[in-house]
Design a protein around this ligand. Structure first.
Ligand code: ADP
Length: 449
């Protein structure tokens, strides 16, 4: 069994992982940059090591330094959280060469899923439906036109190395095609250092629905049902909920089986997420796989009762998953709101700075995963998430009402936050009816965009 875990991350997810370690009797090691000296994860861990200046590429992305600290502190495993090095196959490889367990899948699976073109090819071979489009990378315009003739407009041009909604271009008119491909290529180059792009059919008014899976080294692969993530702004998730108000029990069953098949196709080990697009007619298509813990994992934990970080650590220790598929049930309804340091009423401008006052909501069915406290300064170097607020109810209506109540109680001063915007979504009639797709925010809050 793993005895000491270094958490190669910061913020709420570092705190989240440390919590499970402590409950398991496992020692935790935090690492931090200049900007995070006073961060909560540093105080909650058993040990903490400074790893460099504030910019991520000099601290949280410095894999060699992190491995060195792991050795120095006697950690036998590294948990990468999400973002930073979590989907970096080279880092996973270096960990294993240094004799340290990487809490995540094997480097090969990370590579197979990290390159989206390879992932699409693998899924087609495994019989998992993918969004119609190219199987190869797009280079010359002649091929581009041929593909578009085949699948028809509109299409979306995407970066093969993509993530975070970057490097995507929607094309509705044939004459926009050439410039869109060029723009997508240059965006992909600057965001990911790789200009490989591919083409997908643009699915009109889709739902983004993803499945949580877990797989161990004893041949067990299970899913923990879905998360509905269609409330998005600029292709980035804002609110997630489970169960999805959109899918039927039959579709849930089919998608769960497809998610398991997808994971098995790459001999996946660990926690992972299979993302699907679902169109208005309930056709579903594989979108991508995230080979790590997701931001929105707590809603799955809330309805299934499973601690996903503990399962990750068990699996990395070589133990089997602690339950069987038949034992996983969805109890009630959970919603997550991402609380961001940004101003929703001024173009969602980032609002880093000093937190003068913070009081977090509490009470039955409410969970906050955060790391900020009074006097903490939110650094401008990292993503602007202050915390995640999760509300549970016996049914969807109770979960929404509880979320509203919790948002009302949540008070943060010193920085601007997304709280008022989230309250407006909770009050929206279509949201309350579960009548929404990925265009919801654009359609209802266009004046704020
Ligand atoms: P990233 O990895 O950058 O987050 P994804 O491929 O996961 O990119 O897509 C992010 C979001 O973009 C999806 O949740 C969806 O809202 C939208 N999207 C992506 N591909 C398509 C498509 N083919 N048709 C319609 N919307 C899409």
């Amino acid at each position: 069994m793993i005895k000491k875990v270094l958490i190669a991350n910061r913020g709420e997810i570092a705190v989240r992982v440390i919590r499970s370690c402590r409950e398991m009797g496992i020692k935790s090691v935090a690492v931090y940059s200049d900007a995070d000296r006073r961060s909560l994860h540093v105080r909650y861990a058993d040990e903490a090591y400074h790893i460099g200046p504030s910019p991520s590429n000099e601290s949280y992305l410095n894999g060699d330094k992190i491995i060195e600290v792991a050795k120095q502190s006697g950690a036998d495993a590294i948990h990468p959280g999400y973002g930073f090095l979590s989907e970096n196959a080279e880092f996973a490889q270096k960990c294993s060469e240094a004799g340290i367990v990487f809490i995540g899948p094997d480097p090969k699976a990370i590579n197979q899923m990290g390159d989206k073109i390879t992932a699409r090819q693998t899924m087609i071979e495994a019989g998992v439906p993918v969004v119609p489009g190219t199987q190869q990378k797009v280079s010359d315009m002649e091929t581009v036109r041929k593909i578009v003739d085949e699948i028809g407009l509109p299409v979306i041009i995407k970066a093969s190395a993509g993530g975070g909604g970057k490097g995507m271009r929607l094309v509705r008119k044939a004459e926009e095609l050439v410039s869109a491909v060029k723009l997508a290529q240059s965006e992909a180059q600057s965001a990911f250092g790789d200009d490989t792009v591919y083409i997908e059919k643009y699915v009109e008014s889709p739902h983004h629905i993803e499945f949580q899976i877990l797989a161990d080294r004893h041949g067990n692969t299970v899913h923990l049902f879905e998360r509905e993530c269609s409330i998005q702004r600029r292709h980035q998730k804002v609110i997630e909920e489970t169960p999805s108000p959109f899918i039927t029990p039959e579709l849930r069953e089919q998608m769960g089986q497809a998610a398991i098949a997808a994971a098995k196709a790459v001999n996946y080990v660990g926690a992972g997420t299979i993302e699907f697009l679902v169109d208005a007619n309930h056709n579903f298509y594989f979108l991508e796989m995230n080979t790590r813990l997701q931001v929105e994992h707590p809603i799955t934990e809330r309805v299934t009762g499973v601690d996903l970080v503990k399962e990750q650590i068990r699996i990395a220790s070589g133990l089997p998953i602690s339950f069987k598929q038949e034992e996983v049930k969805q109890h009630g309804h959970a919603i997550e709101c991402r609380i961001l340091a940004e101003d929703p009423f001024n173009n969602f401008m980032p609002s880093p700075g000093l937190i003068r006052h913070i009081s977090e909501p509490n009470g039955l069915g409410v969970r906050t995963d955060g790391y900020a406290y009074e006097g903490y300064e939110i650094p401008l170097y990292y993503d602007p998430m202050i915390s995640k607020l999760i509300a549970w109810g016996r049914d969807r209506t109770e979960a929404i009402n509880r979320m509203k109540r919790a948002l009302f109680e949540y008070k943060i001063t010193g920085v601007k936050t997304s709280i008022r915007f989230l309250e407006r979504i909770m009050d929206n009639r279509d949201f309350r009816l579960g009548n929404y797709n990925t265009h919801f925010i654009q359609e209802h809050f266009d004046e704020l965009m």
